[in-house]
Design a protein around this ligand. Structure first.
Ligand SMILES: [Zn+2]
Length: 97
């Protein structure tokens, strides 16, 4: 925990030195225009597309129905079943392992 000295000074000014308790109240209140907890913005937007053909990780069925869940066992498609559409379409990555 902690707050900046600047903020503390502002708080004291706001409360006109009435008391530490008042100042602390002000410190604890978020200032206008200040958003300490921003909504997490997606840094990069990637579009995931289900592949035309993907193998279920559970029952190994090859799904070609374009769905994101297995036709046979209703298991959600694994990560590998998706194609990530990125802005720059580089040549298909070779598996590095
Ligand atoms: Zn399955």
């Amino acid at each position: 925990m902690g707050f900046s000295l600047e903020k503390a000074q502002k708080a004291v000014l706001k409360t006109q030195n009435k008391g530490v308790a008042d100042a602390l109240d002000v410190i604890m209140e978020p200032e206008e225009g200040e958003q300490p907890e921003k909504e997490a913005e997606p840094k990069e937007q990637k579009t995931k597309m289900i592949k035309a053909k993907w193998e279920c990780a559970v029952c190994t069925l090859i799904n070609t129905n374009g769905k994101t869940s297995c036709d046979a066992c209703c298991m959600a498609a694994p990560e590998e079943a998706y194609e990530v559409m990125e802005e720059k379409l580089a040549e298909p990555k070779k598996q590095d392992s």
